[in-house]
Structures are given as structure tokens and as C-alpha cells.
Design a protein around this ligand. Structure first.
Ligand SMILES: Nc1ncnc2c1ncn2[C@@H]1O[C@H](COP(=O)(O)OP(=O)(O)OP(=O)(O)O)[C@@H](O)[C@H]1O
Length: 227
């Protein structure tokens, strides 16, 4: 197994805004090592979410490439990209990406159904994750009734159903007060230790960087290491 989980090489992305084409990622390069936590800090609109979505195979770059566990995402079909998302990379969107009317249990169950696990196996895995994330007792509560911190923990539990090599977290602490944000960030540290998962956390809050080992700044589409 290679020590490098992901390589982002010479990545460019443009959006048409009004009548003009605007570069939102400008020659972004990044290597993610196994088991490390990378922090990317930058203001709103600097391109952080766009980078994560491209790394998750949810959007395509205009130039450059992303290689995850040896797979060049540019060369994969839609089925291939779906395989990456169900087996290797988990992306946690800023709005958690949960189904608000479903219970905690049902939200965590969905990806396990996609993986084709039997009901009994699903149950064992769901309860393991519920315990791991400190959500015991909340299984049958609909997500819409949970606090922001609890929703974030359900979103992380769902992302962990596959034990990903790479976990991409978009502003995981931004909707939380700092006490709850710290608990979530400590969980990411625990996950990287327990499963050797590589984690990329993007945030506009510089305090988030305290929980990461290698730090970068994104400004106007340019990614630079922070020293
Ligand atoms: N699908 C899209 N179509 C057009 N423009 C887009 C699209 N997605 C993002 N943008 C623009 O690209 C720029 C970068 O957006 P992005 O969401 O990557 O930034 P961000 O750093 O994650 O900010 P935030 O934290 O506010 O989400 C913004 O100016 C945004 O308006």
C-alpha cells in the first residue's frame, strides 16, 4: 500500500460567472499522505469546496488530474467514480448531506444498503458506528430534530460506513459553537489514529488548523503551504 493516498496535480477549474469565465482553482497541487490530517484555511469563495468536490469525483476539473489510491479520476467512467465514492473516498458536505426526515439509523443505513449488506450485517455495523460516534440512544430520532453537533456526528458516522482511505470534510465546524466544534475536530483526530484514514478539512476558521498536522491556505484559487 502506497504512503500517498491522493495526488492533486496542476488542477484548474473555471466557472462562467455572468459573461466571463473565472478561474476558481489556479494550478492547485497537493499530496495527501496516509493517515495525516490536512487543514486548508481560506475565506469564503476562495475555492475550497470546489477542490474537495473534485477530489471526491463529484465535479470534473478543466485541467489537471486527481489520483486516488492509484486511480486517475479523469480516466474513470461514472461507474468507476461511483466505485471510488462507495469504497475509497467519503465526502461530508457543509450542509451534512443527510436526509432530514429519516432517522439517525436510516441515514447511516443508506450507504450500507448501497454496498449490498444484509439487514443483520447492516445492523451490527450501524450500532458499532453509533457507539463509536457517541450517538447511542439517538438511533430512532429524525435528523431534523438533532442539534448541529449531533448532525455532524451522524454525517461522520455515515461517511465511516466504508472505512474510507480519504475523508473530505467541508467546514465541519462552521455551524457549531466552538465547544461543539472542538469535540467534532477531536473526533477527526481519533478517526485518523484508529483507522489510519487521511483527512482533509477545509475551513474559514483558523482555529480548525490546530487539529491538523499539515496546513495550507487557499486564497483566490491558489493553494499555498502555511509555515
Ligand atoms: N457551480 C458553480 N457555478 C458557478 N460558480 C460557482 C459554482 N460553484 C462555485 N462557484 C463559484 O466559485 C467560487 C469558489 O466557490 P467555493 O464554494 O469553492 O468556495 P469556498 O472557498 O468553499 O467558499 P464557501 O466556504 O463559502 O463555500 C465562488 O465564487 C463561487 O461562487
Amino acid at each position: 500500500m502506497s504512503n500517498i493516498v491522493a495526488i492533486v496535480r496542476n488542477l484548474w477549474k473555471y466557472y462562467i460567472i455572468g459573461n466571463t469565465s473565472v478561474a476558481v482553482l489556479k494550478n492547485v497541487n497537493l499530496e495527501v499522505r496516509r493517515g495525516e490530517i490536512i487543514g486548508i484555511h481560506g475565506p469564503s469563495g476562495s475555492g475550497k469546496s470546489t477542490l474537495l468536490k473534485i477530489m471526491a469525483g463529484l465535479e470534473k476539473p478543466d485541467q489537471g488530474e486527481v489520483i486516488i489510491e492509484g486511480y486517475n479520476l479523469n480516466l474513470l467512467s461514472e461507474d468507476g467514480l461511483a466505485m471510488i465514492r462507495t469504497n475509497i473516498v467519503s465526502y461530508i458536505p457543509q450542509d451534512y448531506g443527510l436526509i432530514e426526515d429519516f432517522t439517525v439509523y436510516e441515514n447511516i443505513e443508506l450507504p450500507l444498503m448501497l454496498l449490498g449488506l444484509e439487514k443483520r450485517e447492516r445492523h451490527i455495523r450501524i450500532m458499532e458506528l453509533i457507539d463509536y460516534m457517541g450517538l447511542r440512544g439517538k438511533e430512532s430520532i429524525r435528523v431534523k430534530y438533532l442539534s448541529g453537533g449531533e448532525k455532524q456526528r451522524v454525517a461522520i458516522a455515515r461517511a465511516l460506513t466504508i472505512t474510507p482511505s480519504l475523508l473530505l470534510a467541508d467546514e465541519p465546524a462552521s455551524n457549531l459553537d466552538w465547544e461543539n466544534a472542538k469535540k467534532v475536530l477531536e473526533l477527526f483526530v481519533k478517526i485518523s489514529r484508529d483507522f489510519n484514514t487521511s483527512i482533509v478539512i477545509v475551513s474559514h476558521d483558523p482555529r480548525t488548523l490546530e487539529y491538523t498536522y499539515r496546513r495550507f491556505e487557499m486564497f483566490d484559487g491558489i493553494l499555498r503551504p502555511l509555515t
